[in-house]
Ligand binder design. Structure first.
Ligand SMILES: *[C@@H]1O[C@H](CO)[C@@H](O)[C@H](O)[C@H]1NC(C)=O
Ligand SMILES: *[C@@H]1O[C@H](CO)[C@@H](O)[C@H](O)[C@H]1NC(C)=O
Ligand SMILES: *[C@@H]1O[C@H](CO)[C@@H](O)[C@H](O)[C@H]1NC(C)=O
Length: 427
């Protein structure tokens, strides 16, 4: 729970952060006051209300979704793996629901233990389906996870535009979600003295709460009003595009201010989010290539932007600080007029050379020059060689794309993540 608390307590610190955090709203249909969000892209509302007794192990939840949402899921601990998952979909005029549990990024198994009861204000109409449910034995689950009603947490939602295989069967198989996202929640804010009334289907004593969920919470700072600035350009966003644009402008003698709403990433930029064993080496998890997989499973994934529904890094370096760092130099054909580019773009070589000089690629990133765990490369190369493919160093031959293979190229330098944060900001 500690890390999750850190997640929420960081929000006010990050100045102009723009993240989805649950806020109270009144469902105008049943009059219940939930704590929740509406995601800004699919307009699905996710709400929860808890009883006041902190010893209780149940809550009431709701999903309100347009009919284009074929199924909706909620991970109560903020991750797909190792959390209680609630999945629901419409089937005619009914809502079908299921509790699931995943131990891998694969179809989650049906999970026994929690009891879900569909409450009467659930409905399907010509535009939406609404699932209001009581979830009992739902605040702790296998593997030690749970909801602390006195603390904070992170929920993950999943959305699919593709229906489940058999909508009448709660145990149905279904395909991977088409999208997902996260929101923070402060559970005490979700407690209601009207909980027992809600179970009976009545809203109880109304309390004054703004109607309609707030889709996003903006923490605005009362900063100084901008007047004339000493800058020629202000670049907003220090991802690869922003860093390089700012660098090109400053090379041209312009005074540039580069703004980033997220925090630092690598140790060199002042980042401190490290794996315990990297502390003494002054490395954060953004420096260590091998920690890439943990970008998705870490209990505190603060680096993913919370206001977009695709993976985007909200920290210095943007996506290049959190991606797998695969790095391919462009083929001449990428710039051809046949692909719609202006003919002057064919002259990319001097720019590509400059990029290569600053940001070399490597297909053997370990500092000892060795390659490890080569089993799959060996198997694939035996198959390809037998069919007449030749092995090349891919980035030495960017124009050879036919019947060739080689090791993946990465933008790592000295065994650490490089990219524009390391190579452009340093100069
Ligand atoms: C509650 O759920 C757990 C699984 O999360 C299960 O092992 C347990 O038997 C359930 N308890 C009751 C009372 O149903
Ligand atoms: C259908 O349900 C949604 C969600 O509950 C509601 O906002 C909308 O007004 C309903 N539409 C009609 C035509 O009743
Ligand atoms: C880590 O950074 C600190 C502060 O900049 C410095 O004093 C220390 O020598 C560095 N340690 C290593 C192993 O580089």
């Amino acid at each position: 729970m500690k890390l999750k608390q850190l997640f929420l307590s960081l929000l006010p610190l990050v100045g102009s952060v723009y993240a989805q955090v649950a806020a109270p709203y009144t469902d105008s249909g049943n009059g219940f006051i939930f704590d929740g969000i509406t995601d800004p892209v699919y307009h699905v509302t996710y709400g929860i209300v808890l009883p006041q007794a902190s010893t209780s192990s149940e809550f009431i939840g709701e999903f309100v979704a347009p009919l284009s949402a074929k199924w909706i899921g909620l991970a109560l601990g903020g991750a797909m793996i190792g959390d209680l998952l609630i999945v629901a979909w419409p089937n005619g005029n009914d809502i079908v629901s299921t509790t699931r549990y995943a131990t891998a990024y694969a179809l989650p198994d049906v999970y026994e233990g929690p009891t879900i009861t569909t409450l009467p204000s659930s409905a399907v109409n010509s535009t939406h389906w609404k699932f209001v449910f009581r979830c009992q034995n739902c605040t702790s689950w296998e593997g030690g996870g749970g909801i602390d009603p006195t603390g904070t947490g992170v929920f993950a939602w999943a959305y699919s535009s593709v229906g489940v295989d058999d909508p009448s069967d709660p145990g149905s198989t279904f395909q991977e979600h088409t999208d997902f996202g996260f929101f923070g929640i402060n559970f005490p804010d979700a407690q209601s003295s009207n909980y027992q009334n809600y179970l009976q289907g009545n809203p109880g004593t109304p309390t004054s709460v703004p109607s309609g969920p707030s889709s996003t919470t903006t923490t605005t700072t009362t900063g100084p009003t901008a007047s004339a600035t000493p800058f020629d350009y202000i670049v907003v966003g220090a991802g690869p595009g922003g860093i390089i644009a700012a660098d090109r402008l400053s090379e041209a003698g312009k005074k540039v201010l580069l703004l980033e709403r997220g925090g630092p990433s690598t140790a060199e930029t002042g980042g401190t989010y490290d794996a315990p064993w990297t502390k003494s080496a002054n490395l954060t998890k953004f420096d260590v290539p091998g920690l890439f997989e943990s970008m998705f499973t870490d209990p505190n994934v603060w680096w993913w932007c919370k206001d977009t529904n695709f993976f985007a890094g909200c920290l210095l370096g943007g996506g290049t600080s959190v991606n797998g760092a695969l790095y391919w130099l462009p083929a001449q054909s990428d710039f051809s007029t046949g692909n719609g580019w202006p003919s002057s773009w064919g002259n990319h070589q001097p720019y590509t050379d400059k990029l290569k000089q600053r940001l070399p690629s490597t297909d053997h990133p370990s500092t000892d020059g060795q390659r490890y765990l080569e089993q799959s490369a060996d198997v694939v190369s035996q198959l390809l060689k037998a069919q007449g493919y030749s092995q090349i160093t891919i980035n030495d031959n960017p124009d050879y794309k036919d019947h060739v293979y080689g090791y993946s190229a990465f933008d790592f330098i000295n065994g650490e993540r490089a990219g524009p944060v390391a190579t452009t900001t340093r100069t």
